[in-house]
Design a protein. Structure first.
Length: 194
């Protein structure tokens, strides 16, 4: 069975890489053979590309050379794991950062909400929202309710109900928001407390 071209190219580089690692360690084929139990002829064929590498051969070599297996096969480096997020201004102060990377029925946001004043101006729109207070105190006006939520508290509501939120104590409040289309409710599973 023919292998895809990139696969062949990776395999073709293993032999020269094995030779370079062995030379950098100042080891002879005989010394590597003794340490791994792999015959000198097999090691020579691996390094020249006449024998295809296998895990059975590469694992003892990685151990002997004290390198990760990825270094022997030339595995691609893992990309930068940091997520680069872009913040946006909220109307009436504060910022939000979209956490969802792809469009979908539910979107996640981190919001930092500032004091928006004492006079609420509730609004409505299509959707369903789930708010989790990460840090600070959030004032949530929802229909006839005027609530204050602290860190670790959650609110879930239909956004067609008039709503408004602000910092409850004048200091910024950090909130995680999950927002879905109309009819999309969040489902949270948690173990019951003992």
């Amino acid at each position: 069975m023919d292998r895809p071209q990139p696969y062949r190219a990776v395999l073709d580089e293993v032999g020269p890489r094995l030779r370079r690692v062995r030379a950098a360690r100042g080891l002879t084929l005989a010394a590597v053979s003794e340490a791994t139990g792999i015959s000198k002829s097999t090691l020579s064929r691996l390094e020249s590309g006449q024998r295809r590498p296998s895990l059975e051969l590469l694992l003892p070599l990685a151990g002997t050379y004290h390198v990760p297996l990825d270094d022997l096969v030339g595995a691609p480096e893992v990309g930068d794991p940091r997520v680069r997020l872009t913040s946006h201004s909220l109307p009436n102060g504060g910022v939000y950062v979209p956490l969802s990377r792809t469009p979908g029925p539910i979107q996640a946001y981190k919001m930092i909400i500032t004091d928006r004043g004492a006079d609420p101006s509730p609004r409505t729109h299509e959707g369903y929202e789930w708010l989790y207070v990460l840090n600070g105190r959030l004032r949530l006006v929802l229909g006839e309710h005027d609530l204050v939520l602290g860190a670790g508290e959650v609110a879930e509501f239909d956004t067609r109900v008039p709503h408004w939120f602000s910092s409850a104590d004048g200091r910024p409040v950090e909130v995680l928001s999950l927002f879905g289309r109309q009819g999309e409710r969040m489902h949270v599973r948690a173990k019951p407390q003992a």
